[in-house]
Ligand binder design. Structure first.
Ligand SMILES: Nc1ncnc2c1ncn2[C@@H]1O[C@H](COP(=O)(O)OP(=O)(O)O)[C@@H](O)[C@H]1O
Ligand SMILES: [Mg+2]
Length: 233
């Protein structure tokens, strides 16, 4: 059994509906989820089922219509926008399908930005940026701008950036969705290596069966709620 301190993320009865011209569109209809420290959890489901919506809510990028998200004992719904932005920067790492690296900055600087935002000094931020790039296998690419990197390398920089403030959980939304199969597989290898070696907790939304199958737990969104799937791992 996990102790309560090991429970990194708890979501209770998350509902999300979007206002549309045809009336409210219910997407999430009562999601309950607990993620323990060091777990790897996959969220699968058909396109349009609400995977991204759920990850945005769990990471505090969007607010639920109803329900509560608690990360490391902190309830997100009680936070002001400003407090939530700070909390996200320090406690949650995000990796998206597209890297969203800043083109005017080097790989090292891109990784260092969340540290600077958190108030760390420049030299400390830059040296940690370099260390994290080493961790994702890009030690010799620190001075490259995003356009001077391959797609797989760009995603690795995005992973390093997600780890900048040593977050409690990394939320990855189709992290290899834009990569070819072989490059995607190398990115998956990196995620599981970080999980086993650094103890990074991952919640990964994906329709990639191989990636989902490598996670300790596989959940599927069906009609707005989560169901358990056996990964057979
Ligand atoms: N801001 C929004 N306004 C209206 N509908 C939205 C909005 N965001 C997402 N949706 C709808 O919610 C559903 C789930 O979307 P999404 O979470 O992106 O699905 P997935 O990531 O599983 O493909 C879709 O039907 C989508 O059109
Ligand atoms: Mg999506």
């Amino acid at each position: 059994m996990n102790s309560p301190e090991d429970n990194i993320l708890a979501a209770h009865q998350i509902h999300r509906e979007f206002p549309t011209t045809g009336g409210p569109l219910p997407v999430l209809k009562g999601i309950d989820l607990d993620v323990a420290r060091r777990e790897t959890v996959a969220v699968t489901g058909a396109s349009g089922v609400g995977k991204s919506t759920l990850l945005h809510i769990l990471g505090g990028l969007d607010r639920p219509t109803k329900g509560e998200v608690v990360i490391s004992g902190v309830s997100l719904s009680r936070q002001s926008e400003k407090a939530l932005a700070m909390f996200r920067n320090e406690k949650v790492g995000f990796v998206f399908q597209f890297h969203y690296l800043l083109e005017d900055f080097s790989a090292r600087e891109n990784v260092a930005i969340p540290l600077l935002v958190a108030g760390r000094g420049k030299s400390e931020a830059m040296s940690r940026g370099e260390l994290l790039l080493g961790l994702v296998g890009l030690k010799d690419r620190a001075d490259h701008r995003p356009h001077q990197l391959s797609g797989g390398e760009q995603q690795r920089v995005a992973v390093a950036r997600a780890l900048a403030n040593d977050p409690d959980i990394v939320l990855a939304d189709e992290p290899s969705g834009n990569l070819d199969t072989a490059t995607g597989r190398k990115l998956h290898d990196l995620l599981f290596e970080l999980n086993s070696q650094q103890g990074t907790t991952f919640l990964i939304a994906t329709h990639n069966r191989e990636l989902a199958g490598r996670c300790e737990r596989k959940l599927e969104i069906v009609d707005g709620v989560l169901t358990n799937q056996n990964t057979g791992r």
